[in-house]
Design a protein around this ligand. Structure first.
Ligand code: HEM
Length: 500
C-alpha cells in the first residue's frame, strides 16, 4: 500500500501516463498538423519586418535558400507564409486556390476606398461582381481590340516626337517617353481623355501604391501621407466624374463610351442585374475605387515591363537586331508594325516572356490571405495568414531555368510551351487562379505593341561614351520595382518614308 501522502501524486501520474499511452497517436497527429513552415525567428513586436529591407523579393529569395520554398514569417503580429517554388505556387494558387483567394485587410488601404475596388477587396460576392464587370466592360478580347486605334494614335505621336530627336541626334529620356505613352493610352481607355493637366493622377497613385506596398507596423507618418495623397486623388476623380456627368447629358453614342461612362450607367443600380436582393448597389465611391484600381493596375505594370525590356534590348544588341529582323521580315520598313501583326511574331513573344521572367512587375504578386485553417504538405497554415508568392524568385530559380537564369536570353523559350498567363507555374508574372491578373491580355498587348514599335522604328544607342556594361540596371523599391535610374538613349529612325 502507498502511504496516504503519495496517493494523490501517484493518481495524477497514473492519469498522465494513461493519457500519454492511449492518446499518443492522436497527440502526434495534432502535433504534425500544427507544424509550421520553417522560417527566421521573429522579434516580439515587429516580427520579421526589420529583415525585409528595401527590396523584399531579393531578401526573401536569399532566405528561401536557407529555409526552403515554403517559409513562415511574422509581419508585426500577422502570420505570413512565403512561397518560392513552382511546385508550392501550384499548390497555393491552383490546388487550394479557393482557400487563398482573399486579400488581407491592409491598414493603409482602409484609409483609401477600403474594399470597394477590386485589387484589395476580400473574396466574396462583391469582389466577384466587380471583377466580372471589369472583364466584360474593359478587359475582354473584344474591348482590347476596340481600343487598338487609340493605342495606334498615341504611339504615332510618340514616334513623331522621337523622330524629331533622331533628326537632331538627341539623347532622349526613354523612361519618361514610355511612361507618358502608357499613361496616355491608359487615361484614354479609362477616362476617355489624354492626361489631364489639372491633376497629377499618376504621381498620386504612385505615392499611394508605394505607401501601401511598404511593410510597416502602425507607422503614423505613412498614415498621414496616405491620407493626404488619397484626399487629392479623391478630389481629382470627383472632378473627372463630374465632367463625365455633364458631358453625358448630351447623349453620346455607345461606341464613344469610355469606362467611366459605362460605370456611371450602373449608378444606383445593382452591380449584378441578376442580384434581385440588391446587395451591391453601385455608388460614387464604388465607381471611384474601381477606376483607381484599373488605372493603378494598367499603368505602372506595362510601363515598367517596357522600360526593363528596352534596357535589356539596348544592352544586348544581337537580341535587338534579331527582333528588328523578325519584324522587318513580316512588315517591311515602309510601314509601322500594327496590332494585327503581333501574333505572327514568335521572337517578340519570347522576348516579352523573358522580360517578365526577369522583371515580374509584381515580384511578390499582391498578397493573398487564407480564408480557413489548412494543412499543405504537412505544414499548418492558419486562417488569416498572409501569403506572398515570390514570382521574382521563381523566375530566377536555377533548378528550373538552369545556370544562366540571371541572363537575358529569350532563346530559352524556343521549342517549349512555357505559358506566361498563369497556366505554367514556372512563370507567373500575372499570378494565377481566381486572383490572377484580369488585365493580362491588355497588359501583354500594350507591352508588345509599344516594344515592337520602338524597336522597329528606331535603332537605339546608349549616350556617347557609355558602353552596355556601364548601363545601371539597379532596381528601385516600390510595388512594381522600376529602374532606379531613367533609361537614356539616342534614337535613329530606320523606316523608309514618313508614315508616322
Ligand atoms: C504587364 C502588365 C501586367 C502585369 C505584369 C500584371 C500583374 C499582376 C499581378 C502579379 C497581379 C496579382 C495576382 C495575384 O495576386 O495572384 C495582378 C492583379 C491585378 N491586375 Fe494586373 N498586371 C498587368 C496589367 C494589368 C492591367 C492592364 C490591368 C487593368 C487595366 C490590371 C489589373 C489588375 C487587377 C484589377 C488585379 C487584381 C485582381 C484581383 O484581385 O482579383 N493589370 N496583376
Amino acid at each position: 500500500m502507498l502511504p496516504q501522502i503519495l496517493a494523490i501524486p501517484a493518481a495524477i501520474l497514473f492519469v498522465i501516463f494513461t493519457f500519454i499511452i492511449f492518446l499518443k497517436p492522436r497527440h502526434k497527429d495534432w502535433n504534425s498538423t500544427k507544424k509550421l513552415p520553417p522560417g527566421p525567428k521573429p522579434l516580439p513586436i515587429i516580427g520579421n519586418i526589420h529583415i525585409l529591407g528595401k527590396l523584399p523579393h531579393r531578401t526573401l529569395q536569399a532566405l528561401a535558400i536557407k529555409y526552403g520554398p515554403i517559409m513562415s514569417l511574422k509581419l508585426g503580429q500577422v502570420p505570413a507564409v512565403v512561397i518560392s517554388s513552382p511546385e508550392f505556387a501550384e499548390l497555393f494558387l491552383k490546388t487550394h486556390d479557393m482557400v487563398f483567394a482573399s486579400r488581407p485587410k491592409l491598414q493603409l488601404v482602409e484609409i483609401t476606398f477600403g474594399r470597394k475596388g477590386l485589387v484589395f477587396t476580400e473574396y466574396g460576392g462583391y469582389w466577384r461582381n466587380v471583377r466580372k464587370l471589369c472583364i466584360m466592360q474593359l478587359l475582354s478580347a473584344s474591348k482590347i481590340e476596340m481600343f487598338a486605334p487609340l493605342r495606334k494614335k498615341e504611339l504615332g505621336l510618340l514616334v513623331n516626337t522621337l523622330k524629331k530627336a533622331s533628326d537632331s541626334c538627341e539623347v532622349v529620356d526613354l523612361s519618361e517617353f514610355i511612361g507618358e505613352v502608357v499613361e496616355n493610352i491608359t487615361y484614354n481607355i479609362i477616362l476617355g481623355r489624354s492626361k489631364d493637366d489639372r491633376f497629377d493622377i499618376k504621381g498620386l497613385i504612385h505615392e499611394i501604391m508605394n505607401l501601401i506596398g511598404t511593410f510597416n507596423v502602425g507607422d503614423y507618418g505613412l498614415k498621414r501621407r496616405t491620407m493626404k495623397a488619397f484626399k487629392a486623388v479623391n478630389e481629382a476623380l470627383d472632378q473627372i466624374i463630374n465632367d463625365h456627368e455633364h458631358s453625358s447629358s448630351v447623349e453620346s453614342p455607345q461606341c464613344n463610351k469610355d469606362f467611366i461612362d459605362i460605370l456611371l450607367s450602373y449608378m444606383n443600380q445593382p452591380m449584378d442585374p441578376h442580384d434581385h436582393e440588391q446587395r451591391h448597389i453601385v455608388g460614387r465611391a464604388n465607381i471611384k475605387a474601381i477606376i483607381l484600381d484599373m488605372i493603378a493596375g494598367a499603368f505602372d505594370t506595362s510601363k515598367t515591363a517596357i522600360e526593363w525590356g528596352m534596357s535589356e534590348l539596348i544592352k544586348n544588341p544581337t537580341t535587338m537586331k534579331k527582333l528588328q529582323n523578325e519584324i522587318e521580315a513580316l512588315v517591311g520598313i515602309k510601314r509601322q508594325v500594327e496590332e494585327k501583326d503581333l501574333n505572327k511574331l514568335p521572337y517578340l513573344d519570347m522576348v516579352v516572356k523573358e522580360i517578365l521572367r526577369l522583371y515580374p512587375v509584381g515580384p511578390l504578386l499582391v498578397p493573398h490571405e487564407s480564408l480557413e485553417d489548412v494543412t499543405i504538405n504537412g505544414y499548418f497554415i492558419e486562417k488569416n495568414t498572409r501569403i506572398m508568392v515570390n514570382a521574382w524568385a521563381i523566375g530566377r530559380d536555377l533548378r528550373v531555368w538552369s545556370e544562366n537564369c540571371d541572363l537575358f536570353f529569350p532563346e530559352r523559350f524556343e521549342n517549349n510551351d512555357v505559358d506566361v498567363k498563369g497556366r505554367d507555374f514556372r512563370l507567373i508574372p500575372f499570378g494565377s487562379g481566381r486572383r490572377g491578373c484580369p488585365g493580362t491580355n491588355m497588359g501583354l498587348t500594350t507591352t508588345k505593341i509599344v516594344l515592337a514599335q520602338l524597336v522597329h522604328c528606331f535603332s537605339w544607342e546608349l549616350p556617347l561614351g557609355m558602353s552596355s556594361k556601364d548601363l545601371d540596371m539597379t532596381e528601385d523599391s516600390g510595388l512594381a520595382i522600376p529602374r532606379s535610374k531613367h533609361l537614356l538613349a539616342t534614337p535613329t529612325y530606320r523606316l523608309l518614308g514618313d508614315e508616322a
